[in-house]
Design a protein around this ligand. Structure first.
Ligand SMILES: Cc1ncc(COP(=O)(O)O)c(C=O)c1O
Length: 452
């Protein structure tokens, strides 16, 4: 009987996270301070606990997952790997399509994999209050959940457009006792500054990060937690790819190409980095980050030092960026509306070791609906980006008669995103290609750094 799901036992849950730095051909570019000099770990101590700072700069290949974190992972992990036989049939493709489903987490996406770890290390360091930002609401929900489990009070600055589009994400965060504030807000200097210049600002992840970082840096009892971009976040997400590799062994198969939606890079890094280890060891596997055409960081941005937030409070990271004051259009994949990208993902892309494609919004929903009608699961709008790219690849395989094995991470479900699906069904969803002139204008405002 053809098998559909490849399931691991709880005892197969990874014991270690995988650190891609150990297999990168060149060491990562260091974060820089406002003086253009590398920032030491001390500079991060105001907002992060020591264990996370250590992980941020570690070059160890494997880092142990603490048992209390594994205990919480076991509530939903290992997550299933599916063979999308019904989608393959619907497309009439000779390609084999697999997906790993991270929507089985209580918050509905991959984000709790790092939220739980970050909450644990903060609680260990005696911190019981965290601030963060959220775009789609997936990350805010994940940290709200993790905060609840480690007795940490969580304040979430939620990008205003998502706050309005997704009232029930807000309720979910409140169920787990988090406080949710629409950003830009009048609660911080950063928010007030943006509101003074742009009273109708829809907000952006960059602005919300400024607010959350400002508050954490100004309060001794509060740390900051980020749901993407940073090395330790991508590290925690590697449980996805590590499990997937074991599941491919069960399936007796191996992907020719791995696809993942990419905003700040934690979902892509989480699924793709363990396969990068195989690639570094000589195995042929393509790793493809998929981003929105309206926020085309890797495909149209510059590789340069830039701030991680809009106001300029964070250290400078060397990454692909559209400029820190770039405010992306109000697309429905809120989690992908970020001006920058992970430094690790950026460096691998710059060195030609991974690939990136950009896809337009309407085509992503078309792909998501096709997927839902074949496989049942209604994907998050972010996940629809990877599905679009996989369907395009599967159709190209059909054209060429190539039976490739394609794999993607279905990073979350779309149950709180039905407003966006409604817009798609009523024909109100629009494509938005960011004008080159606006990208160039934002890039002209990049901080000036030697070697950047
Ligand atoms: C469901 C889902 N998938 C993918 C992503 C993208 O993750 P990242 O920004 O880490 O690349 C997000 C981000 O919020 C998300 O919510």
């Amino acid at each position: 009987m053809p098998q559909t799901k490849f399931l691991l036992d709880e005892k197969d849950l990874p014991t270690h996270w995988y650190n891609v730095v150990a297999d990168m051909p060149n060491p990562p570019s260091p974060p820089l301070g406002p003086d253009g000099q590398p920032v030491g770990p001390d500079a991060l101590a105001a907002i992060f606990p020591p264990a996370l700072i250590e992980q941020e700069v570690s070059a160890e290949r494997f880092i142990p997952i603490p048992e209390p974190v594994r205990e919480i992972y076991r509530l939903w992990r290992p997550s299933p790997l599916y063979r999308a036989r019904r989608l393959e049939a619907a497309l009439g493709t000779p390609a084999k399509i697999y997906y790993k489903y991270e929507g089985v987490s209580p918050a509905g996406s991959h984000k709790p994999n790092t939220a739980v770890a970050q909450a644990y290390y903060n609680a260990e360091a005696g911190i019981h209050r965290l601030t963060t930002e959220t775009g789609a609401g997936q990350w805010g929900s994940a940290l709200a959940l993790a905060g609840r489990m480690f007795d940490i009070q969580v304040r979430v600055y939620m990008v205003k457009v998502s706050y309005e589009q997704k009232p029930f994400r807000r309720s979910l965060m409140q169920t787990w006792e988090a406080e949710v504030i629409p950003s830009p807000s009048d609660q911080t200097e950063s928010g007030r500054k943006i509101l003074a210049e742009h009273p109708d600002s829809p907000g952006s992840l960059g602005i919300a990060i400024s607010e959350a970082v400002e508050e954490a840096a100004s309060r001794a009892d509060t740390n900051y937690s980020l749901g993407s971009v940073l090395n330790h976040v991508l590290l925690h997400q590697t449980v996805i790819g590590l499990e997937a590799r074991k599941q491919f062994e069960l399936a007796g198969d191996y992907p020719d190409a791995v696809f993942a939606p990419c905003g700040g890079g934690s979902n892509f890094g989480g699924v793709a980095f363990p396969f990068f280890a195989d690639k570094a060891a000589g195995r042929a596997v393509r790793l493809v980050a998929v981003e929105p055409a309206s926020c085309p960081t890797l495909t149209r941005g510059h590789y340069a030092y830039d701030f991680g937030d809009t106001v300029g409070l964070t250290p400078l990271l060397r990454m692909y960026t559209l400029g820190h004051d770039f405010v992306p259009p109000e697309i429905h994949a809120g989690g992908l509306r970020y001006h920058g990208d992970s430094a690790l993902v950026s460096q691998l892309y710059h060195e030609g070791l991974i690939e990136a494609v950009a896809v337009p919004q309407v085509a992503t929903f078309e792909a998501g609906v096709l997927f839902a009608r074949a496989e049942g699961i209604v994907p998050a709008p972010e996940s629809n980006h990877a599905i679009r790219a996989v369907i395009d690849e599967a159709l190209a395989c059909k054209e060429r008669g190539e039976p490739r094995t394609l794999f993607f991470n279905l990073s979350g479900h779309g149950h709180f995103d039905m407003g966006a699906y409604d817009k798609y069904f009523s024909g109100d969803l629009k494509d938005y290609e960011y004008p080159e002139s606006e990208i160039q204008a934002a890039l002209a405002r990049l901080p000036k750094v030697a070697g950047g």
